[in-house]
Design a protein around this ligand. Structure first.
Ligand code: NAD
Length: 440
């Protein structure tokens, strides 16, 4: 099939590449010339495991190309995907300006029947708004479909190629048939394509992300209680996670959720509820719990140094909002670094892939960037772990014990066993577990 993908960011690039991988002819559009130049030169613009191989193969096979020419892409395509940003506005609502502008721009370019698919996460009613934006300017028939994306950054290719489900919101039989044909190769193992109306589909995406954020916030509250009653949140997690009604995933306590999706999607759904005079009490609590949770690690560090962080040298492992991605949008590490810096500490950070992005987009943070994890800890007073990259999981604790002058480790992801760390003569604080002081 002939596909256009408008917006070549985390979702658009994966979507375009994976559709090309199943034999479709894909043209990706972006307005960011720097990004386009890299893509055209054969460079993948995001860190996403497994993407490069597919990207290179499909460019070589001439199934995948990149342009800033919207007309060329629209005229080429039977199905046009919108993978555009929907960032949060001041009031929490999703900003639809990118989606609606592209809808208006592409409308007069339609040269036959096309399906326009919203892959961006968009509020309920957006398919109708896109339809209303296109209709007065279009010379040809079209359908607007909602097809929210559920890929996880860090596992995006795997998730896209083998989705647990594909959700398609449309009441048009013609659009449904095309979407079914396009997605057939991705659901060969029997996972469903779930068809529904546009509004239900739009709400499904927000409900999914908000539910997952709720699981995280719930566990973070359990962690807060564990610290007060002398229980261990990881033992509680194991105790409840084996119950299939609860499930093992998304019940890890930590420094609060971040990333480009959960924070904005929870806020946007909460906004939608308010707009319709409904107080979504659980979501309000999720937002509040996450706000508080972000401060927890910093307050542990602050207490350890007796509320005097001035001049303290702190090493920070992990900047990306989660492992296996370079995405730093709403990354807890940024808020933690900013708070520590504001209190007078010096931060030396290491992240396997995200350092250049923090350097570029957060010049306001005077962070020193280290070439490796032990270069970050050399000469530091204490270490904070904020992103649970695999390479941080079995560190050389003996080396850390000699490097860290205060011999203290603050683990925002509970990746170590407290007794083990203390056994190396370190002070160890984590989330929802008692601190343990192994220093003699
Ligand atoms: P992104 O910021 O990485 O990418 C958006 C791209 O659109 C950018 O490259 C930007 O230059 C481009 N763009 C902006 N205006 C344009 C225009 N007029 N014409 C062409 N290109 C234009 O965003 P993303 O993370 O890929 O997210 C896109 C959407 O998908 C959002 O609604 C997001 O909520 C949703 N989503 C994201 C994820 C994720 O993990 N990142 C997962 C599911 C859904």
């Amino acid at each position: 099939m002939r596909i256009a993908v408008i917006g070549t960011g985390y979702v658009g690039l994966v979507t375009g590449t994976c559709f090309a991988e199943t034999g479709n002819q894909v043209i990706c559009v972006d307005i960011d010339q720097e990004k386009l130049a890299k893509l055209r030169a054969g460079t993948v613009t995001i860190y996403e495991p497994g993407l490069e191989v597919l990207f290179e193969r499909n460019i070589k096979e001439q199934r995948l190309s990149f342009t800033d020419n919207l007309r060329q892409a629209v005229e080429h395509a039977q199905i046009i995907f919108l993978a555009l940003p929907t960032p949060p506005q001041e009031d929490g609502s999703a900003d639809l300006q990118y989606v609606l502008r592209v809808a208006t721009d592409l409308a007069p370019l339609l040269n036959g029947y096309k399906v326009i698919v919203n892959k961006s996460t968009v509020p309920v009613g957006t398919a109708d708004r896109v339809r209303e934006a296109i209709a007065p300017l279009a010379q040809h028939a079209f359908d607007v479909v909602s097809n929210p994306e559920f890929l996880r950054e860090g596992a995006a290719v795997e998730d896209f190629m083998k989705p647990e489900r594909v959700v398609v919101g449309t009441r048009s039989a013609r659009a449904r048939a095309l979407m079914e044909e396009l997605y057939k190769p991705f659901v060969m193992s029997g996972n469903p394509i779930i068809f529904m109306d546009e509004r239900s589909s739009e709400l499904t995406k927000y409900a999914a992300n908000s539910f997952l954020a709720t699981k995280i916030s719930f566990m973070n509250e359990v962690a807060q209680l564990c610290e007060r009653v002398g229980a261990d949140v990881d033992q509680v997690r194991r105790g409840i996670g084996t119950d299939s009604r609860i499930g093992k995933r998304f019940i890890f306590a930590g420094v609060g959720y971040g990333g480009s999706c959960f924070p904005k999607d929870v806020k946007a759904l909460n906004y939608t509820a308010h707009e319709h005079n409904y107080q979504f009490r659980i979501l309000e609590s999720v937002l509040e719990v996450n706000r508080v949770q972000k401060d927890l690690l910093v307050s542990k560090v602050d207490a350890f140094f007796q509320h005097n962080l001035k001049g303290k040298r702190l090493a920070l492992w992990g900047l990306a909002f989660k492992p296996n991605t370079d995405d730093i949008r709403e990354a807890p590490a940024l808020a933690i670094a900013a708070d520590l810096i504001a209190a007078g500490a010096h931060i030396t950070a290491f992240d396997p892939v995200a350092m250049p992005l923090v350097q570029r987009y957060h010049p306001e943070l005077p962070i020193t960037y280290a070439p490796g994890m032990y270069e970050a800890t050399a000469g530091a007073d204490a270490l904070l772990i904020v992103t649970e990259w695999n390479e941080f999981r079995t560190p050389d604790f003996e080396r850390l014990q000699t490097q860290l002058s205060h011999k203290a480790l603050f683990d925002g992801r509970n990746i170590y066993e407290p007794d083990q760390v203390a056994g190396y003569g370190l002070y160890y604080a984590s989330i929802g577990r008692a601190f343990i002081d192994g220093r003699s």
